[in-house]
Design a protein around this ligand. Structure first.
Ligand SMILES: [Zn+2]
Length: 217
């Protein structure tokens, strides 16, 4: 079925292909850097969507990388001032700041409670690295985010971001197929599996280091 969103996303990506080529080239160089020697560790930080519905965001840190999984908004109809701003995840914690210190962002699916604050949080405030998702998630997320701005304006509210931030996200998007494994940082590999939720939705498998369990002495 013909989709104007898919057509526009593809046209835009063709327009910025020179910029994307440079971005992908620089990312490739970064991935090739050696990993830091010493003790290895992994930490998961709950930033939102844990024991609540909405504003999903999880930080996965290792001794070599920082990866943000999802960056959604909370449905804030019950919040009086700025109901359209959407309560963000706890992104002010020092582990996440500055956004430019993140190595990769992974998006599980397009619903706004997972994707809604990706464009403003990341591309308005300093992140310029890759965002990994499936191709349907890319197109659906752009559609939902654009629609969110439209509805906010129609109801006389100021949306927390503009179309240009969505375009910035698209420019940094790297799409993966299900069951396809790729290096996303120096020590982490990502595989998406079909989550059976909405079109393009994925379960995220992060393979860290050599994947071996270290046994305590
Ligand atoms: Zn969902």
């Amino acid at each position: 079925m013909y989709s104007r969103t898919v057509k526009e996303v593809r046209e835009f990506l063709r327009e910025v292909k020179a910029e994307r080529k440079k971005f992908l080239h620089d990312l490739g160089l970064k991935l090739n850097q050696p990993t830091m020697p010493g003790e290895t560790w992994v930490r998961i930080t709950a930033l939102g969507g844990h024991r609540e519905v909405g504003r999903s965001a999880t930080l996965v840190s290792t001794n070599n990388s920082k990866i943000l999984v999802d960056c959604g908004m909370l449905n804030t109809n019950e919040i009086d001032e700025q109901p359209w701003a959407g309560a963000p995840p706890y992104l002010y914690v020092p582990e996440v700041q500055p956004f430019s210190s993140l190595d990769a962002v992974v998006l599980t699916h397009a619903h706004l409670d997972h994707s809604g604050l990706l464009p403003p949080i990341l591309f308005k405030y300093g992140y310029d690295g890759p965002v990994y998702m499936t191709a349907p998630t890319r197109d659906l997320a752009a559609l939902l985010q654009q629609d969110y701005i439209k509805v906010a304006h129609a109801e006389g509210h100021k949306a927390p971001y503009e179309s240009k931030h969505i375009r910035e996200m698209l420019k940094h998007t790297i799409v993966l197929k299900y069951n396809e494994t790729t290096d996303i940082t120096r020590d982490v590999r990502l595989t998406f599996y079909n989550a059976g939720h909405i079109l393009g939705s994925a379960s995220v498998h992060l393979h860290i280091g050599e994947g071996a369990l270290q046994r305590c002495p």
